[in-house]
Design a protein around this ligand. Structure first.
Ligand SMILES: N[C@@H](CC(=O)O)C(=O)O
Ligand SMILES: NC(=O)OP(=O)(O)O
Length: 326
């Protein structure tokens, strides 16, 4: 698939070449971000609208910064102070941004499928707008999956981060798999790389339907209701926040019990490879999914690097889709 003017709604359809293109482009932009000026004229004259119908700190600000570093003009939308409060629909909101000349729409919504619906409407209207899914309900968070991939691959080879570096690595993904769009996007990218992906969480948050990808990747995806087999000899541990905002029932007895069974601590990391690294997409609930001291321990934690990677990876996505020229 060509990059220019495509939508990025899921990682399910990404090819190995496409992952590598994002990784290499992000590595170039990381180099740009290390310079004094940090800015390139790649998307001059283009408009990037951040339409976040759900809260965000990292994704929204790093997309905005990425767009600014590429010299695009940015528009930010805040639902509470928008005309949504006067009854305007989501689609009419998107069409309003289209009418103002938006080229790229970055969309987050609590309902799965909203970015895809807006993308279809933009296509139906014959516009050339590209939609980037910045997290839709419990479906997907593609740019997070890509920045996690970039963070891990950059650790393995800073100069040439690429997918093949992950082949044979063991990655444990721990926590609220059921409600996590981050887990879903990461399952696509990590299994595509040839890594062994071990999902671990309580039975209420790790349903058996995850057992099959249906496209031949089954041999790379493993499920555990206990933490220990997932952590055993793991190279990377990705821990996830309990998505309380998406839980309608009482799925856990208590946060304290959850931490005692599934919380990632220094002690538990002894089960992993000695040079294991820990990731978390953020925001973190300290002392629940990860112990506070481990979160701050630079020997193990890649959490700050993930945030830093987010800017370069989102620059890469906007640049590739926006058809940018450096
Ligand atoms: N920030 C990520 C992860 C999380 O909120 O736990 C998301 O929006 O999906
Ligand atoms: N990781 C992530 O998406 O963070 P925000 O919810 O703060 O954007």
């Amino acid at each position: 698939m060509t990059w220019t003017r495509r939508h990025i709604l899921t990682l399910a359809d990404f090819t190995s070449d496409e992952y590598d293109t994002v990784l290499q482009t992000a590595a170039s932009f990381r180099e740009v971000l290390g310079r004094r000026t940090k800015k390139v004229p790649a998307l001059q004259g283009q408009v990037v609208a951040n339409l976040f119908f759900e809260p965000s700190t990292r994704t929204r600000n790093s997309f905005e910064l990425a767009a600014k570093r590429l010299s695009a003009d940015t528009l930010n939308f805040t639902p509470g102070s928008s005309s949504l409060t006067k009854g305007e629909t989501i689609l009419d909101t998107a069409k309003t941004y289209l009418a103002m000349g938006t080229d790229l729409m970055v969309i987050r919504h609590e309902q799965a499928g909203v970015p895809s619906t807006i993308a279809s409407e933009m296509d139906r209207l014959g516009s050339r707008v590209s939609v980037l899914n910045a997290g839709d309900g419990q479906h997907e968070h593609p740019s997070q999956g890509l920045l996690d991939l970039f963070t891990i691959c950059s650790l393995l080879d800073t100069e040439r981060p690429r997918l093949e570096l992950l082949a044979g690595k063991k990655i444990a993904v721990v926590g609220d798999i059921l409600h996590s769009r981050v887990a879903r996007s990461n399952i696509w990218s990590l299994t595509a790389s040839g890594a062994e992906v071990h999902l671990a969480g309580p039975p209420t948050l790790l349903p058996l339907l995850f057992a099959e990808c249906g496209d031949g990747r089954e041999g790379k995806l493993f499920l555990h209701w206990q933490l220990e087999p997932a952590l055993a000899d793991a190279d990377f541990v990705m821990t996830l926040r309990l998505q309380k905002e998406r839980m309608s029932d009482h799925l856990l007895p208590s946060l304290r019990e959850y931490h005692s069974l599934y919380g990632i601590t220094r002690d538990r990391l002894k089960l992993c490879k000695p040079d294991v690294k820990v990731l978390h997409p953020g925001p973190v609930n300290r002392g629940v999914e990860i112990s506070s001291d481990l979160m701050d321990d630079a020997q193990f934690s890649l959490i700050s690097q993930q945030v830093t990677s987010g800017v370069a990876v989102r620059m890469a996505l906007l640049y590739l889709i926006g058809g940018g020229k450096v």
